[in-house]
Design a protein around this ligand. Sequence first.
Ligand code: ADP
Ligand code: MG
Ligand code: ZN
Length: 571
Amino acid sequence: MTALDDGPQISEALQVLHRVFGYDSFRGSQQEIIEHVIGGGDALVLMPTGGGKSLCYQIPALVRKGVGVVISPLIALMQDQVDALTALGVRAGFLNSTQNPDERRMVEAEFLAGELDLLYLAPERLRVDATLRLLDRGIVSLFAIDEAHCVAQWGHDFRPDYLTLSQLHERWPDVPRVALTATATEATHAEIASRLNLGQARHFVASFDRPNIQYRIAHKDKPQKQLLDLLRAEHAGDAGIVYCLSRASVEKTAAFLVDNGVDALPYHAGLDSRVRAANQARFLREDGMVMVATIAFGMGIDKPDVRFVAHLDLPKSVEGYYQETGRAGRDGLPSTAWLAYGLQDVVQQRKMIDGSEGDAAHRRRLGTHLDAMLALCETVECRRVRLLAYFGQQSTACGNCDTCLSPPAAWDGTIAAQKVLSTVWRLKNERRGQKFGAGQIVDILLGAKTAKVIQFDHDTLRVFGIGTELSRTEWMSVVRQLLAMKLIAVEPSYNALVLTEGSDEVLGRKREVMLRREPERPARAAKTAKAAKTGKGKAAPVEMPAAAAPIFEALRAWRGATAKEQGVPAY
Ligand code: ADP
Ligand code: MG
Ligand code: ZN
């Protein structure tokens, strides 16, 4: 296409942007994408939530001859989307399972008469032969496949109906297709392209950075209380979303917030659909509502002023985390993404994976997703850098996330790891058949004489009380990180800690273990500083020098006593 040909088309796109949508200018690569699709090209668009993907197919649909067919899994939102477009004077309709035959026939007639600019279709409609024949009889200007990651089995939101979309290209080879998603790991990206036959499509990959979102991942202690503190201190009266893993915790958390004066509503798939719809409508229309929800809530929700997204449980994947947190701050104003995560999350999710249906490959995939999420939680680097790196994008430290603002001290946890692993190993040998969870292992390390621990012959065990240099919280953090690094595992049936291949390397002194020290609470920090000054108590954490300094260099200076001197019995 020559530059001369482009001219009028661009201006037409711009005119539509001004006249129909009332916006001054295109954002990011919108114009390039729109121009490409108007010209009849296929496109794969990777753009973060709130980036403005809709215009990338809506404007070409308005400019090109025929009806733009939009495939979307968001059945519950189709009515809203169509209403919003109608209010702008765009002729739009939808076909999905919520309609009765009369309503459906009316939309079909409009489609055939060319009286629509956009037709939204639920993916399951394409399994129906009548729909395919309908599309044959009308003029389709383009196919837009929204939330295209739903076609990827590798991803976190697979919808089997999306697999039928591969037929679009075979049946209508001349109709341009634009697939859009906010989920963009290399693997998902490649799978979308191959499953949708988008090999020839131009790929448009926007930056995934959401600079106005502050990422924070806290150690989970009393999650509801921590959440309330956060809301009171930083987000009083703000709209926000709180994600919980289970329906029960959604209900409990919503009730807790209401009891404490927060305007909170529950949302999960177990609620009556009318209650769900009413709660969603209130969240969208009223100011300062807090939606407490499972991940059933949020896809396609376009509320610009969500000021915070909080996770009370660990998300199952970085992709999910990114999408969920991406619902904050679509208006570009400062917003918070806060996650509380603890040992129990890791144990629970590993168990869920082990017990999940599907083949070994499926479980491996879930495990890979979880590992990446844990790596993000336990990083000593900038959260944003890690997050973007996950999506294959490079960046520099943001200066705004929790690890940038108070860099966690990295410390040599080899000895601590050996103490934990040695305890697990000894217990296995001494008490065949007995199973010990993280709590009891820590009890033993601390020398706490609990009922379960007291049954042992401590002399034979030789690990009782060898870990008084760390607090219970610190030991739990050590165990959590060992789990994240797979240097220890959880046996699903008992919650018991068991050794892994990696454990052997640590116990055999073939491997060093670098750990992240939790940022301390004020009271404890003061105590540590005092201990460091007087030379008593535990060693002060090593403050990491400027980001680039080699961690191991810095730590070599600090490494002191041998394992034996520090009380680890021989392996
Ligand atoms: P996505 O689907 O990528 O999550 P949307 O298409 O829903 O994002 O757009 C998010 C918001 O940004 C919407 O409110 C939309 O109207 C607005 N928007 C999109 N493009 C522009 C633009 N060029 N100028 C101003 N606002 C825009
Ligand atoms: Mg969208
Ligand atoms: Zn940062």
